[in-house]
Design a protein around this ligand. Structure first.
Ligand code: PHE
Length: 340
């Protein structure tokens, strides 16, 4: 304490001597007055006076800090200490992955579209050609919302972000009944499925879905777009594979695999020795889905795709329990230092 006050007293005293002392800067500048041309003298005097007032105020402040410390009434301040270091936060790993995926598609001209997490049956199921008896509608898979029944609408937590695609397609409808296209969107967001929570699966997770509709969009466009995405995301050396699949809202439908980005296709624990990992579902938008949204399916075609974020994030970051993403444990989150 003694040391601090002496040091601070010295700081104040040094300041006084340098600026306000008999041989100080203010005095010697005043002495210059006689060399200033008469017509400039007034202006010079004013500037000098302002400077003197400023220096005196600064000196008073320095003295005050010193006396506060001596009386013990103020904050202890050692002006020679370095400042507190600033610890920057970090982005959540799911956000990092989402941003990576989104930025790749943005470079291809896709823009981000957003939509509600609480959704009606039409936008989550019916418009997507998911029939009344489809197992996805089962209470076992979908969270239905009770007591949200203003009219006879059935409300639920969306099971995929395809609801945003329907909403965006509906928005293209013009007053004359025709649709204004093209659409080129990606829909990142949180989705909910009534699954048992374990290290491998959770009752909510994140997806990025995409949709491109225009005249003459073909399956070749789908393949090339998704191949470009996979190379940007997982490395130039990966090879793609499209396996026939089924989704009610696309026809034909496919699942896209890539050569395992951990072992390079040789076979490892991650790819269960197959050399391949599945990364997304995709297909050509079913004509019925286009018609449900007022788009002429004879004139327009399109492709759609959807992928989860948690699973690739687990593989790329080496996370072995999906629950870690939603527990907000800073010891986990702090490890993701990137802020991009
Ligand atoms: N909606 C599908 C899902 O949630 C993903 C998907 C989107 C598949 C678009 C094909 C085309 O699993």
């Amino acid at each position: 304490m003694e040391g601090y006050t002496t040091a601070n007293f010295q700081v104040a005293e040094n300041f006084r001597i340098k600026y306000l002392g008999t041989k100080g800067i203010v005095k010697s500048m005043m002495a210059e007055m006689k060399n200033i041309p008469a017509e400039k003298r007034k202006e010079f005097g004013q500037v000098m006076n302002d400077f003197k007032v400023f220096a005196e105020a600064k000196y008073e402040t320095l003295k005050e800090i010193n006396s506060n410390q001596q009386s013990g009434s103020g904050i202890q301040m050692d002006l020679s200490l370095p400042g507190d270091s600033l610890i920057p936060g970090s982005r959540h790993p799911i956000t990092l992955m989402r941003n990576r995926i989104v930025s790749i598609f943005q470079r291809l001209g896709f823009s981000v579209a957003d939509g509600p997490e609480i959704e009606d049956d039409w936008h989550n199921f019916t418009a997507l050609n998911i029939s009344e008896h489809h197992p996805a509608r089962d209470m076992q898979d979908t969270f239905y919302i009770q007591g949200h029944n203003s009219n006879s609408t059935e409300w639920l937590l969306r099971t995929h972000t395809s609801n945003v695609q329907i909403r965006e397609m509906e928005k293209t409808r013009q007053p004359d009944g025709k649709a204004k296209l093209p659409i080129r969107i990606i829909c990142p967001g949180r989705v909910f499925r009534n699954e048992t929570v374990s290290a491998r699966s959770h009752c909510f997770f994140h997806q990025v879905e995409g949709l491109y509709i225009d005249e003459n969009v073909s399956f070749a466009d789908l393949k090339q777009t998704l191949y470009f995405f996979a190379q940007e995301m997982y490395g130039k050396d990966i090879k793609p594979r499209f396996r026939p699949s089924y989704f009610p809202f696309t026809e034909p439908s496919a699942e896209m695999d890539i050569t395992c980005f951990i072992c390079g296709g040789k076979g490892c624990r991650i790819c269960k020795q197959t050399g391949w990992v599945e990364i997304l579902g995709c297909g050509m938008v079913h004509p019925k889905v286009l018609e449900n949204c007022g788009i002429d399916s004879n004139k327009y075609t399109g492709f759609a795709f959807g992928m989860g974020i948690e699973r690739p994030a687990m593989l790329l970051y080496g996370v072995n329990d999906i629950r870690l993403f939603s527990e907000n444990d800073v010891r986990f989150l702090r490890q993701f230092t990137s802020v991009t």
